[in-house]
Design a protein around this ligand. Structure first.
Ligand SMILES: Cc1cc2nc3c(=O)[nH]c(=O)nc-3n(C[C@H](O)[C@H](O)[C@H](O)COP(=O)(O)OP(=O)(O)OC[C@H]3O[C@@H](n4cnc5c(N)ncnc54)[C@H](O)[C@@H]3O)c2cc1C
Length: 352
């Protein structure tokens, strides 16, 4: 069983061994941040190679969600020599997009390439494990959470990081979901450059229409707002920008493998189109943080402070679940930041 694998950490550093002989075993454990992993019971072996058995029944942290934000947190936890388990159900929000942009060193890479590479690098750290599974329930409180999964496994952990993202809710227009992440676009910073100067639409019908138009005009002057029904925004304000407004209801988005070609309207008319921006509705991908008492913001994100801590002690949240600024770079940054603070919290608790 993967769970029962005894991980061996080769510790060749003479300075660490000198420390070991100089202080008692408990202090040694604290020094290397393993006090919570039960290794005080484990025998040490030779000077050149110290075997540390990490007990499977108490993790320092379980990270729920193993995409960009979760893996970024996991890398920092691994580098902090923390016993870490990542559990991921394999449904990142950008799965359908062929190319991910605006993340340095990986501009234009497939999303799965970035996450596969990240996972490989994270799993180089021997204190980190990864499970393909879905977390279905969490009980307990700071210092002693119990995590249950779809495949009937249970794990105990001191701390939790939710890196579970959001689920985009597709509008009920035939063809939209097929184009999502390809030519149906959520964010100009991710995909605007690739469709610059093209025949572009914005699918919006609220007070944000004029501001949305001003933003997208930065990438193309060939712009139409499709309100999919009577416009509720100030049409004159939009027209002054040189942007057309079409109020007919859309019946179908015609496309070839996600690359849209034409909008068909319910009145029988149609319009050519290359790309359509839309801010989808969304919901938390995982409802467990709310069940545990984590507060949400007005925008439906998990409320966190500057250190990615929720209002529930011992529970952190990172990535898209916590912010409307959706980008791989931002998800990464928040994961790393949470792990810095979480590790510091564990150290503080060790020395209390
Ligand atoms: C269509 C689209 C295209 C995008 N293109 C770009 C781009 O080009 N460049 C860019 O920088 N950003 C892009 N983004 C934004 C970027 O993808 C997100 O900001 C990023 O994926 C957020 O990472 P995350 O780890 O917070 O969440 P996600 O990547 O959504 O991952 C959440 C993970 O948590 C898992 N999970 C959820 N619940 C559970 C549970 N109960 N148990 C276990 N696992 C669970 C999910 O399966 C998933 O793997 C795009 C987004 C979309 C929607």
């Amino acid at each position: 069983m993967e769970d029962d694998i005894v991980k061996v950490i080769e510790q060749n550093s003479k300075s660490k061994i000198a420390v070991k002989s100089a202080i008692d075993r408990r202090m040694f454990n604290k020094q290397f941040a393993f006090a919570n992993a039960g290794i005080g019971l484990m025998p040490y072996t030779s000077f050149g190679s110290t075997k540390i058995k990490l007990e499977k029944d108490m993790y320092d942290v379980i990270i729920i969600g193993g995409s960009y934000s979760g893996l970024a947190a996991a890398m920092t936890m691994g580098r902090s020599i923390r016993k870490t388990l990542v559990i991921d159900s394999g449904k990142p929000c950008n799965a359908q997009t062929p190319h991910s942009h605006n993340f340095i060193t990986q501009d234009g890479a497939a999303p799965s390439h970035i996450s596969t590479l990240a996972k490989e690098q994270v799993l180089e750290y021997p204190t980190v494990s990864f499970k393909n599974d879905e977390v279905t329930n969490v009980e307990g409180s700071d210092g002693n959470f119990e995590v249950s999964t779809l495949s009937q496994n249970r794990y105990k952990t001191e701390k939790l990081i939710f890196a579970t993202g959001v689920k985009d809710l597709m509008p009920a227009i035939e063809g939209f979901a097929d184009c999502w992440g390809i030519t149906a676009i959520h964010c100009p910073y991710c995909h605007g450059y690739e469709v610059k100067s093209k025949n572009t639409g914005i699918f919006v019908n609220d007070e944000s229409a004029a501001d949305f138009a001003k933003l997208i005009l930065n990438w193309t002057g060939d712009l139409t707002i499709y309100s999919n029904g009577t416009a509720v925004f100030d049409k004159e304000e939009v027209s002054k920008l040189g942007v057309y407004v079409v109020e007919e209801e859309i019946s179908l988005i015609q496309h070839k493998n996600g690359y849209m070609t034409q909008l068909d309207f319910k009145d029988g008319t149609s319009a050519d189109i290359d790309a359509l921006y839309h801010r989808t509705k969304y919901e938390q991908h995982c409802k467990i943080p709310e069940q545990l008492g984590c507060e949400l913001t007005e925008t439906g994100h998990i409320q966190v402070n500057d250190f990615q801590q929720t209002n529930v002690p011992g529970i952190y949240a990172v990535g898209d679940a916590t912010t409307p600024f959706r980008a791989v770079s931002i998800a990464n940054a928040s994961g790393a930041k949470a792990a810095f603070i979480l590790n510091h919290e564990l150290i503080t608790q060790q020395y209390q």
